[in-house]
Design a binder for this molecule. Structure first.
Ligand SMILES: [Zn+2]
Length: 489
């Protein structure tokens, strides 16, 4: 009876937005490939149309939401943003053209308004020589009463300087637009706190699960590293406050300088004053489909969080967002071949096991040259920590409905199956897979290597030992938990 009730609640919980995401997953499936043969290519067909790529769709609907929010609230802030955006987009530095315009501007002022002409020269002194007052430099030009000649001299003088001084203006303003984009992202987040809270809920469950596994892990216990490992796990959090502040500080500072430039009277000095404002490189664009670990902060960017606002079935929440959070969690727990200051000791046996699996998946599923390299271990290990971690929590939470069918779709879905499809959908790419160009392994190897390592996957899809997915499995890797290696030290 209890099972039945549980199931009923699950079915009633399905709303129309969920239907869309499940349907996207359905349109990605290639029925001609058996899930036990090559799960990635089964769940993510090769000739996928651009519009059915999961991450594209989520990003697009998020962008629309952010823009419509800007339109709806019409706060001063958004008005300012569009003000800056217009300016920045029009801030095309063309020195030749700019100095010619300045020349005519000076001639006009020189003839009609001597005070304005002198003001322009003072502003140029300040811009170019950092000279606020005094009779230096450009102000001398004011003594020339032949306005055309004076303007030609001015033109020559500023041209040399401007050509040398502003190669990076465009880069600066691109950065600033990114900061403004992040600011919009935080406003969206503020209006959608529920998505963030939901990610925190999932994160806390993953954290509990990891802590329990750490306490039983032989290679941590025997190397006296367990306490340190628990401590760094404890430090992890999903919290955007610091990141919001970082962006707010930059925006405030630049806005202040922006106001100073705005008060300048000449269009040339105004423009080059804007261009002179230095903007630090933006650390991360929160509007992009990405997640990262900036220990102790784990961050899921907004397009990912936005999925949590759609009341998704838990299978998708965990297969997609849970697995992503698990992966980022993994970055703190995996001692990479790159610098890593957190983990005092890392098992060499675990490392070899992970790399061997990715190598073996390469042998079985390569769609081009495929090799597993040392600098990918951090990412490979994080995948092997994160996805099973998310599945374990999901499995426990949803135990009563795990293998019940979900009605209303073309496919015979069960929550257990949907978890794995959601995970593959997140990695599903339309373009040709790239090997060895980044720290991440190619998507097909990432998905297939991890699923080959999960006994739950074999069970849910009833893959027999002869299937390609099962043959591609190297030795079972136990990273954490009582079965992990180094029982005797
Ligand atoms: Zn990563």
């Amino acid at each position: 009876m209890q099972v039945f009730l549980c199931y009923l609640m699950f079915v009633l919980g399905v709303n129309s937005l969920e239907l869309d995401i499940v349907k996207i997953i359905e349109t990605n499936i290639d029925d001609s490939i058996d899930p036990c043969d090559d799960f990635y290519r089964h769940a993510c067909k090769k000739d996928l149309s651009k519009d059915s790529v999961f991450r594209n769709l989520l990003s697009k609907s998020y962008d629309i939401e952010v823009e419509s929010m800007a339109g709806k609230y019409h706060t001063t802030f958004f008005a300012n943003i569009s003000d800056y955006e217009t300016l920045v987009n029009s801030l095309k530095i063309n020195v030749d053209q700019d100095v010619t315009l300045a020349k005519y501007e000076y001639v006009e002022k020189c003839i009609n308004n001597k005070t304005e002409a002198r003001k322009m020269l003072l502003e140029l002194n300040e811009l170019i020589y950092d000279e606020k007052e005094g009779n230096c430099c450009f102000t001398n030009i004011a003594y020339d009463t032949k306005c055309e000649r004076a303007a030609t001299n001015l033109e020559k003088g500023i041209k040399i300087y401007l050509e040398e001084a502003y190669p990076d203006a465009k880069e600066n303003w691109k950065n600033y637009l990114n900061y403004l984009g992040n600011f919009k992202a935080f406003l969206w987040l503020d209006a959608n706190r529920n998505t963030f809270e939901k990610s925190r809920e999932i994160f806390n469950k993953l954290k509990e699960e990891v802590s329990e596994m750490i306490k039983k892990t032989p290679w941590l216990i025997n190397s006296n590293s367990m306490e340190a490992y628990l401590e760094i796990t404890n430090q992890l959090m999903v919290d955007t406050k610091i990141l919001v502040q970082m962006n707010r500080d930059v925006v405030n500072e630049v806005t202040e300088q922006f106001q100073i430039c705005r008060r300048l009277s000449s269009s040339l000095t105004r423009k080059y004053c804007y261009a002179k404002i230095e903007v630090p490189t933006v650390f991360e664009k929160w509007n992009s489909f990405n997640a990262f670990n900036l220990h102790p902060h784990l961050n899921l960017n907004n397009p990912i969080l936005s999925a949590l606002g759609s009341n998704l079935p838990p299978a998708i929440e965990y297969g997609f967002v849970g697995a992503l959070l698990g992966h980022e969690f993994g970055h703190t727990l995996i001692k990479s071949s790159r610098d890593h200051m957190f983990v005092p000791y890392f098992s060499e046996q675990v490392k070899n096991c992970v790399q061997n699996q990715f190598n073996k998946s390469c042998e079985y599923f390569a769609e081009g040259v495929c090799r597993t390299v040392d600098f990918q271990f951090d990412e490979n290990g994080s995948d092997l920590v994160g996805v099973p971690l998310a599945y374990n929590v999901f499995k426990r939470e949803q135990s009563c409905v795990l293998n019940k069918s979900i009605r209303g779709y073309e496919y015979c879905w069960t929550p257990a199956k949907l978890f794995f499809y959601a995970h593959a959908a997140m990695h599903c790419k339309r373009y040709k897979l790239n090997y060895m160009t980044s720290v991440h392994h190619s998507s097909n190897i990432r998905v297939n290597a991890v699923l080959a390592q999960m006994p739950d996957f074999a069970e849910v899809f009833q893959c027999d030992a002869k299937s390609r997915m099962m043959r591609s499995k190297s030795k079972q890797c136990f990273i954490h938990g009582e079965d992990a290696p180094e029982t005797f030290f």
